[in-house]
Ligand binder design. Structure first.
Ligand code: MRU
Length: 350
């Protein structure tokens, strides 16, 4: 079941807030409501919100296609700003918006209607690239998963968090497709429960054995030798390899290091932010208190208590065994290794 579809000039988003109880698509035809859908987590996961933002820019362009060139470009700039503000940590969002704006500017000799058409093609291209990139990450990463591996994952870095296939879950899918027996422990991922609601849902639909655990159980399972490796996705990776991902990832990386377990991050190039030297500079989204004080609309904490709800944390690069990308695996990432990795990838493209 796709998280994102674009049909008859409308964006259809699987409402991930309702999963696994209900699988319902909501329809979007303008950038403002789409930005709100990103903010409200109808769609979530770094690559997925990047692709959705690209479609939202295409929708904005379509809305503005009869305007003069100045109004067209200033309208696009407003949409770009509004979309980028929807969620601050996952860099794929800003990456996709900037890529769309660059295409629009490069076509400024065309009419707004022509540019709008080109922008829709570009959004389709971004979505298609994401499908292909995830398959490559999966197939490359599968070599790191031994037969009979018991894998721990956090949050949801699967098909629901991307256009298709997933990054961390893509690696698991490819390992299974290669004939390996893999079983997965899914951290429930408090407070938003992406693990128990979404990861468990999509893996069980694929008949991949999955066992839910509460986040605070991971250390005990590692001590019991029930986990062979950890694999997660990423929302933003700094130039030195520090990784922002769902809150709780850092604790898992520290636990994996203490128990001498491999800790892998699977992420596409679009998740790297080489403008940031270290993870210290990554903006961390704070979400509303009710995610902690309430459970399915019912208050579970006393009135008036303090509440702190950072949605992501940063895992220092020295805790990573490797980052799996579409162009290869970066072992023990560092500024030097990431720099030369990107340089080589650029040279290959030239
Ligand atoms: O708040 P979310 O659900 O958008 O957070 C998602 C994650 O942290 C994922 O692990 C990350 O975006 C990678 S998705 C391939």
């Amino acid at each position: 079941m796709d998280a994102i579809r674009f049909e008859r000039n409308k964006l259809m988003l699987l409402d991930q807030r309702l999963l696994p109880a209900e699988a319902i698509y909501l329809e979007y035809s303008d950038w403002r409501t789409t930005a709100n859908a990103i903010k409200e987590m109808v769609v979530r996961g770094a690559p997925a919100i990047g692709a959705v933002a690209a479609y939202a820019i295409a929708l904005a362009a379509d809305e503005l296609k009869d305007a003069d060139a100045d109004s067209f470009f200033s309208g696009l700039t407003v949409a770009a700003k509004g979309l980028k503000a929807a969620r601050p940590t996952a860099v794929n969002l800003a990456w996709a918006v900037e890529r769309m704006l660059a295409v629009a500017k490069s076509q400024s000799a065309c009419s707004p209607a022509q540019i709008a058409k080109i922008l829709l093609e570009e959004a389709e291209q971004i979505a298609q690239e994401d499908r292909e990139v995830n398959k490559k990450i999966g197939d490359l990463g599968a070599s790191l998963i031994p037969d009979n591996a018991r894998v721990l994952t956090h949050c949801n870095a699967g098909a629901l968090a991307t256009v298709a296939y997933g990054t961390a879950l893509g690696v698991i899918r490819s390992a299974v497709a290669a004939g390996k027996q893999v079983s997965v422990y899914a951290d429930e991922t408090r407070p938003y429960l992406q693990g128990s609601r979404l990861t468990a849902w999509e893996l069980s639909r694929d008949n991949i054995p999955v066992t839910i655990i509460a986040d605070n159980m991971a250390g005990f399972l590692m001590k019991q030798k029930k986990i062979d490796l950890v694999i997660v996705g990423a929302d933003r990776i700094a130039a030195n390899g520090d990784v922002a991902n769902k809150i709780g990832t850092y604790s898992l990386a520290v636990l994996a290091a203490v128990h001498q377990l491999p800790f892998y991050v699977a992420a596409p190039f679009s998740t790297f932010d080489l403008t940031l030297e270290t993870g210290e500079e990554i903006p961390i989204e704070e979400r509303c208190e009710t995610e902690l004080t309430h459970f399915y609309g019912k208050r579970i904490a006393p009135e008036g208590v303090g509440c702190y709800n950072p949605s992501f944390d940063v895992t220092p690069a020295n805790y990573l065994t490797a980052i799996i990308t579409e162009a290869g695996i970066i072992y023990q990432p560092s500024t030097e290794k990431i720099h030369s990795f990107f340089k080589e990838a650029d040279d290959d493209l030239l």
